[in-house]
Design a binder for this molecule. Sequence first.
Ligand code: DX5
Ligand code: ZN
Length: 216
Amino acid sequence: MNTLIAPSILSVDFNNLQKSIDIVNHSEADWLHLDVMDGVFVPNLSFGFPIIESVAKTTQKPMDAHLMVIEPDKYINRLRDLGVSRMTVHYEACPHLHRTIQAIQKAGMKAGVSLNPHTPVALLEDVIDNLDLILIMSVNPGYGGQTFIEHSCPKIEALRSMIDTKKASALIQVDGGVNFETGRRLVDSGVNVLVAGSFVFSSTDPVDTINKLKLL
Ligand code: DX5
Ligand code: ZN
């Protein structure tokens, strides 16, 4: 399977959001990654429903929402109604993770679970068969443009072997500090989906950068 690419619009110029959506539309990107932050689960605010509603009008790529919020269950139906295809919640934010995953899938979306850098993949053992996506954070969530945490590669190798052993179908996604060099190593470690924000949108030719990431 080819590597899937999900550009994140977190670090784009929101005064010119349509330009960034057009870039993604004209590229070979597979999904559009939306980073929603509440200032409680992570020490930053990003954007919410008004921006997602606006993006939904012109994106030609499936919307992949990464909820860095407490109580994400509150937003399931609204995100579905806005056309979001995949909703990823944080393991650390969900005391009843199994119930949350079921609610996302019942609403008609694919369900993902994200792990912070300190959370071991072994904690997913009892729920992995129910997941469509596992998002490994390769930086501490909250900000774009951070340095890649090296431990992410062996962590992804361990997750890949857990998925293969259990014959589970969840895709592995990674988010934070992705560039050509870290991306290559992440794909070698077993990643299916690369999220990339600042590397794409600070490059001179973002469409070309997305298309090249896809070839890793
Ligand atoms: C971090 C977000 C990421 C972020 C990635 O909290 O979840 O999606 O935008 O940004 P880069 O690619 O700049 O590390
Ligand atoms: Zn993200």
